[in-house]
Write a protein that binds this ligand. Structure first.
Ligand SMILES: *Cc1c(COP(=O)(O)O)cnc(C)c1O
Length: 347
């Protein structure tokens, strides 16, 4: 039975060509800068993301934490939008390991509201922690993969610069944003001092993320990467996959995931009992709301699993789906049929 996994976009596996190419990598000790493919991956990443330099890190969480450590001092305060991944889903690393206070602020479509941001910025006073960093996120995961017009980043950038506050962009799905906006990702990243990008989500690499920024920033980040245990050795196999992940045609392919997400959203919206705000499906994530009890939905989810359609359990009344290259257009129809059938016998 074919398994159709709509739970996450982290399920992507390297394709045959990526794998074959990876295993021919010459390999070297990357801690000493001697893995040729990691060196190449870091150079290509910096160029694509539009920053002076970049480093390869084992995960997005480590990339974000490395950025926080590099931008701040212990006891500083950083500002995030309420539901930012850095605040919600990174195990409190900012506090536990970087010694930071988090100041979450109200957001609109995933972006901190300007007024809320300005209110959260601390004045220079010996009683207060120093506000040193603003963290932004695009696409925004907890807003259903929504994207932000870079003009709104520009506005925050201006305000942050006045307060001498740096900006870190959690761009785990930066390329989903740039593809959906139809612009070069450098048009987005120019408003950030540092950027994290996941290679292991929609882009399909098995492992790894990129952290990019100025030469000075990356020099600090390299020390923290090592401190956190992110100094890997013969990384060439992974780096080769990362290089393939960043190929232009692979990045353009993300549009397919976005199309599948929209088709799915439209289809689910037509099934009685579900609502999707289709205008908010910007990228590869779909949030749906359901009109029956959670117990009924759990029952539907269990029945779909019997047909090989894997769905998330709902959280706070939201049923989330993610689309990636493991899911074809045909899979979308199969999944919709399964949900339709199992809902109609219960609803
Ligand atoms: C997945 C994700 C991360 C963390 O990446 P991992 O590689 O899973 O550690 C960070 N930010 C956002 C928005 C993400 O979706």
């Amino acid at each position: 039975m074919r398994i159709i996994d709509l739970r996450r976009d982290t399920i992507t596996k390297p394709d045959h060509i990526m794998k074959q190419d990876a295993f021919t990598a010459p390999l070297g000790d990357s801690v000493y800068g001697e893995d040729p493919d990691q060196v190449k991956l870091e150079r290509i990443s910096a160029e694509k993301i539009g920053k002076e330099e970049a480093i390869f890190v084992p995960s997005g969480t480590m990339g974000n934490l490395t950025a926080l450590l590099s931008h701040t001092r212990r006891g500083d305060e950083i500002i995030t939008e309420n539901s930012a991944h850095i605040r919600m889903s990174e195990t409190g690393g900012a506090a536990a390991l970087a010694g930071l206070m988090l100041s979450p602020v109200r957001g609109h479509d995933g972006l901190p509201e300007k007024e809320a941001f300005l209110q959260a910025v601390r004045k220079d006073d010996i009683h207060y922690p120093r506000t040193s960093l603003l963290c932004l996120e695009t696409s925004h995961y907890r807003y259903g993969g929504i994207i932000t017009d870079p003009a709104r980043f520009a506005e925050l950038r201006k305000e942050a610069a006045e307060g001498n506050i740096k900006i870190h962009l959690d761009g785990a799905r930066l390329f989903n944003s740039s593809i959906a906006l139809g612009i070069d990702c450098r048009e987005i990243t120019r408003f950030a001092d540092s950027v994290m990008v996941s290679l292991s989500k929609g882009l399909g690499a098995p492992v790894g993320s990129i952290l990019a920024g100025s030469g000075e920033f990356i020099e600090k980040a390299k020390r923290f990467r090592k401190m956190l245990g992110g100094g890997m050795r013969q990384t060439g196999w992974l780096a080769r996959c990362g290089i393939a992940a960043l190929a232009d045609e692979n990045i353009r392919r993300l549009a397919e995931d976005h199309r599948n997400a929209r088709t799915f959203a439209r289809g689910l919206n037509k099934i009685a009992g579900y609502t999707v705000e289709e205008e908010k499906v910007h990228t590869n994530i779909v949030f749906a709301y359901y009109e029956f009890s959670e117990a009924v939905l759990l029952d539907i989810i269990a029945a779909c699993k019997e047909h090989g359609v894997l769905c998330n359990q709902p959280r706070n009344g939201v049923w989330r789906f993610a689309f990636c290259r493991e899911v074809t257009g045909e899979d979308v129809e199969t999944a919709l049929n399964a949900i339709r059938r199992e809902t109609s016998t219960r609803g």
